[in-house]
Design a binder for this molecule. Structure first.
Ligand SMILES: Cc1cc2nc3c(=O)[nH]c(=O)nc-3n(C[C@H](O)[C@H](O)[C@H](O)COP(=O)(O)O)c2cc1C
Length: 406
């Protein structure tokens, strides 16, 4: 977000509401114009007077008698660049999931037209409740961006997942928000995501810990920005995005087949899948028994998908990922050169706070022949938009030459 952007902050009645004055100060220091709306229960944890003082703006509360204009609930929703509900209580998340508008904040939220973030914060057992989980899935399926809570010690004395992320983290996620331009209209984008599975016998396989979250976030962001998207994914346990072609594959060779029939027509290929480098030379037809002698598995190399499509990429934009454990930028650059990529996104998979399986990641994005961009730790959703921005820039010369990306 550039300076003078307007942000809507909805504060609900969770204990973490006491942190919101500090959060507003962090945003105003960045030049963001923050407009706060609170629920009645939020006032148990933080006063409107403090939020008014730090934001420099009138704070709307559930008390209708303090409204200057009967249409405050609609006026406040207009012309916002981003909106965040933080902390979001289990109660407020449930109301949002079901379109309930029984106070000023829940009514105003229904009228918002800008990117909307929700930062749930609650006791870990509350968060794990199937009703809360289901409500969060409903919000996510509607394009609302959930900022995943962190693990740690809670105000109630329990340990677990449910803490509001650090305020600097929330600020960075919001500042990384790009206005959802429709800059991918008319472009065909293929994204691969998740792991592959190479069979050992009918029930066992060689695989890796990729969750598919980064790839699906990129596919979702590209579709939101107007692209016609195909998501080719290995076996993943996460919900798949709607509004695009999804192709489920298992092995690296199946992924290759799915790509080969579609590559010709695409403008951009983002290879976020963690494709197995090796497969078992001769998978066993029947399930191995414990009583059998321990087998020796002979492995053979799988096709190198990035390298194959790098060779025939033409003016298509090709984006690769590099999961590194050491010397990230150097190894990633080397991979980009070998595989003829336009952009490579390196992440450090040796760190436990980012990467495989988690909701957060931190990338070093290197466009061909240019300086690396260090993103800092962000949600995979926020990173997806940055990767797409950089991919568009990296392909700009090719677009200009052809009037399209191909
Ligand atoms: C001391 C205290 C702390 C609370 N903290 C939380 C919390 O962190 N997250 C949450 O979902 N609910 C929390 N609650 C429960 C909410 O305040 C309650 O569900 C309320 O109805 C939420 O109202 P609102 O969503 O309209 O703000 C807390 C309640 C109390 C008494």
């Amino acid at each position: 977000m550039e300076k003078e952007k307007k942000m809507f902050l909805g504060v609900t009645g969770g204990i973490a509401a006491y942190k919101m004055p500090d959060f507003v100060r962090l945003l105003t220091k960045e030049g963001v114009d923050v407009h706060v709306v609170m629920t009645k229960n939020a006032e148990q944890f933080v006063t409107p007077a403090v939020l008014r003082t730090v934001s420099g703006n009138r704070v709307l509360t559930a008390d209708w008698s303090h409204q200057d204009d009967p249409f405050d609930h609609l006026n406040i929703s207009k012309e916002m660049d981003a909106a965040l509900i933080a902390p979001a209580t289990a109660n407020f998340i449930a109301k949002m999931a079901h379109g309930i508008a029984d106070d000023l904040l829940s009514t105003a939220v229904l009228a918002l037209a800008c990117p909307l973030y929700v930062a749930p914060a609650m006791n870990p057992r509350m968060l794990q409740n199937p009703a809360v989980m289901e409500n969060l899935r409903i919000l996510e399926s509607r394009g609302i961006r959930i900022i995943p809570p962190e693990s740690g010690a809670m105000a109630c004395g329990e340990e677990g997942e449910g803490r509001l992320p650090a305020l600097e983290q929330l600020r960075d996620i919001l500042l990384a928000t790009r206005a959802r331009k429709q800059d991918f209209i008319g472009k065909r984008v293929i994204v691969t995501a998740g792991p592959t599975e190479e069979p050992i016998d009918p029930v066992r396989c060689l695989t890796n810990r990729s969750s598919g979250k980064m790839g699906t976030a990129i596919a979702r962001a590209a579709a939101t920005r107007g692209a016609q998207v195909t998501l080719i994914h290995g076996p993943v346990a996460i919900p798949l995005p709607a509004g695009m072609e999804t192709v489920a594959v298992r092995t690296a060779r199946e992924m290759l087949d799915a790509l080969e029939s579609r590559f010709e027509a695409c403008d951009m290929l983002v290879m976020a899948a963690a494709v197995s480098d090796y497969r078992v030379a001769s998978p066993i037809a029947k399930k191995m028994k414990k009583t059998d002698a321990p087998p020796t598995l002979a492995l053979v190399q799988n096709p190198d998908l990035l390298e194959m499509f790098g060779k025939k990429k033409g003016r298509r934009v090709l984006v690769g990922f590099a999961a590194e454990t050491e010397d990230m930028a150097h190894n990633a650059r080397e991979k980009m050169r070998r595989k003829n990529l336009d952009l490579i996104c390196a992440n450090d998979v040796s760190r436990s706070d980012i990467g495989f399986g988690g909701a957060y990641n931190e990338l070093v994005i290197i466009p061909r022949g240019q300086e690396p961009l260090h993103t800092g730790r962000l949600t995979k959703e926020a990173l997806a938009d940055i990767v797409l921005d950089e991919a568009l820039k990296a392909g700009a010369a090719a677009f200009a030459a052809s009037g399209g990306m191909k």
